[in-house]
Design a protein around this ligand. Structure first.
Ligand SMILES: Cc1cc2nc3c(=O)[nH]c(=O)nc-3n(C[C@H](O)[C@H](O)[C@H](O)COP(=O)(O)OP(=O)(O)OC[C@H]3O[C@@H](n4cnc5c(N)ncnc54)[C@H](O)[C@@H]3O)c2cc1C
Length: 337
């Protein structure tokens, strides 16, 4: 099989990994546009905190996720997967009671600990170093002459028609909603900003051994650094970091960690999460264009759900899996005005 993957964010990285694992001749192009994956915090969490329910098919997603990133660690020779508990601040007594009740039913949840009565604990969480993975994977593809830094061209579609490619796998993230081929997929940008902060060694710090969720969240990176995020804004596509959002995140952190010592913001990043209207990914053939497949709509949980659906897509292309109705791309089709 000769496969062309368009886009090397998380989706394209995973699709090319599973294609190569099948022994296929996989090539990847990327236009070098700002990508969600290169700024993402990479956190995974089997819980949805608003109603204290399990995330969509959490167990199945977690299992493939863990196996895949461990495999990628061994291929790249670098540590990528950091498993650690997530502590959720219990904002009021109603929420604490709901948490306590759910902790008797859901395997991921611990009841609030006696020494942390205002925090519920989630096992099965952590984060993946996506920027590092993307760079290492690109280097590897380049070394095997499988990567080109360029945008999709009409000639690529021609080459698919002529049989030079057996399949094209379209992993363009939010670009899939705005550039060809027609018709487009309804993948919406969900803008987010996040910070990397360096603590100055005086006063209290965010926790160093677990992720803390206080509505916003901190992820410990080690060396006195944390990622602090994130903002969520619909219908905005500008990629300029905003001073107001930075202040908003820092104020939230100060409220959550009293007596926080001085810190500096070492990085302030912005990205557009590719989200579908029903929050499910698009995985399968693109209707009307034989040989054209899509992996998109990984949304706010690309790390958790991406591996399972990338593997599924490669199995569909190989004829070893059937389409899952919930994730069929044709539910997201629309014609450009
Ligand atoms: C601030 C922020 C924080 C986040 N935090 C988390 C988190 O903690 N956990 C989590 O699971 N998810 C998180 N996400 C979401 C996560 O980033 C996405 O789910 C995932 O990265 C999407 O990957 P993707 O490959 O589909 O898209 P992208 O990463 O956007 O990649 C698309 C790629 O396609 C390329 N491309 C586009 N058009 C073309 C073209 N015409 N030709 C060739 N190449 C093209 C682009 O150059 C780009 O590299 C976060 C996102 C943001 C913005």
């Amino acid at each position: 099989m000769r496969i062309l993957v368009i886009g090397q964010g998380l989706a394209g990285t995973l699709a090319s990994h599973f294609g190569l694992r099948k022994g296929w001749d996989v090539h990847v192009i990327d236009a070098g546009l700002p990508s969600a994956s290169s700024v993402a915090a990479g956190m995974f969490n089997p819980m949805s905190f608003r109603r204290v329910i399990e995330a969509w098919e959490a167990e199945a997603h977690l299992q493939v996720m863990r196996q895949t990133f461990l495999e990628l660690e061994s291929i790249t020779g670098s540590k990528l997967l950091f498993e650690m508990p997530i502590h959720k601040r219990l904002a009021n007594s109603d929420y604490a009671a709901l948490w306590k009740d759910k902790s008797t039913q859901l395997p991921w949840l611990g009841a609030p600990a006696a020494h942390w009565p205002t925090e519920g604990i989630v096992e099965g969480g952590g984060w993946v170093n996506l920027p590092l993975l993307l760079n290492l994977w690109r280097d590897r593809l380049k070394a095997e002459q499988r990567f080109e830094l360029r945008g999709f061209q009409d000639q690529d579609a021609e080459n698919l028609k002529r049989g030079q490619w057996d399949a094209i796998v379209d992993c363009r993230g939010t670009s899939a909603g705005i550039d060809g081929p027609l018709p487009c997929l309804d993948i919406r940008p969900y803008r987010g900003e996040l910070l990397t902060i360096q603590h100055q060694n005086d006063g209290a710090t965010p926790p160093q051994s677990h992720i803390l969720n206080f509505g916003k969240w901190t992820i410990p990176l080690g060396g006195g650094q944390w990622r602090l995020g994130a903002s969520y804004e619909w219908n905005q596509t500008d990629l300029e970091p905003s001073a107001e959002t930075q202040q908003y995140l820092i104020d939230a952190l100060h409220a959550a960690v009293p007596n926080m010592g001085a810190m500096t913001v070492t990085e302030h990043q912005v990205g557009l999460r590719p989200v579908s209207r029903d929050r499910r990914p698009a995985v399968g053939p693109y209707p009307g264009i034989p040989g054209w497949y899509v992996l998109n709509g990984l949304g706010t949980r690309g790390v958790l759900i991406g591996p399972r659906w990338a593997r599924h897509l490669v199995d569909i292309i190989d004829g070893n899996a059937t389409l899952t109705p919930e994730t069929k791309p044709d539910r997201l089709l629309f014609s450009k005005p």
